[in-house]
Design a binder for this molecule. Structure first.
Ligand code: RB5
Length: 149
């Protein structure tokens, strides 16, 4: 599995924590930035970069961090083909994979602590999509996208 990861200044520290998890799990990743937590940057820039690399198939899944996890989720979900899920605990992370086939995980560095974020990521990485009736529902999400002007 290949992961693309990004964050704004608020999420920078947690992004570095999550990269440590990816290293421990032996997962290849690309970090699209931001590369420090001091300089204020705009989260949609990183959400777009991660979303496009997942939607194009260049990477299997993406991970995004901002202060709440909300801004990056909203922005990434504007990229056609992205299903970004903002998760605050591991149960949501599991269901976002099993039922929604979420291909981007977002977390909020000002909402949850590093131990919770690490656990969320581990669960999200190892959980597969269940398919079946959920695949039909996910294809209806794609239909919504395909019917936009
Ligand atoms: C940055 O201050 C903050 O607005 C951003 O990280 C994020 O929480 C937006 O949703």
């Amino acid at each position: 599995m290949r992961i693309v990861i990004g964050a704004d200044h608020a999420g920078y520290g947690m992004k570095e924590e999550l990269k440590e998890v990816l290293r421990q799990e032996g997962i290849e990743f690309l970090d699209v930035g931001t590369m420090n937590g001091k300089e204020s940057v705009d989260y949609p820039v990183f959400a777009k970069a991660v979303g496009e690399k997942v939607a194009s198939g260049e990477f299997d899944r993406g991970v995004l961090v901002c202060g709440t996890g909300i801004g990056v989720a909203i922005a990434a979900n504007k990229v056609k083909g992205v299903r970004a899920a903002n998760c605050g605990e591991p149960v949501s992370a599991r269901f976002s994979r099993e039922h929604n086939d979420a291909n981007v995980l977002t977390v909020g560095s000002r909402i949850i602590g590093p131990a919770m974020a690490r656990e969320i990521l581990k669960v999200w990485l190892k959980t597969e999509f269940e398919g079946g009736r959920h695949a039909e529902r996910v294809s209806k999400i794609s239909e919504i996208e395909n019917n936009q002007e």
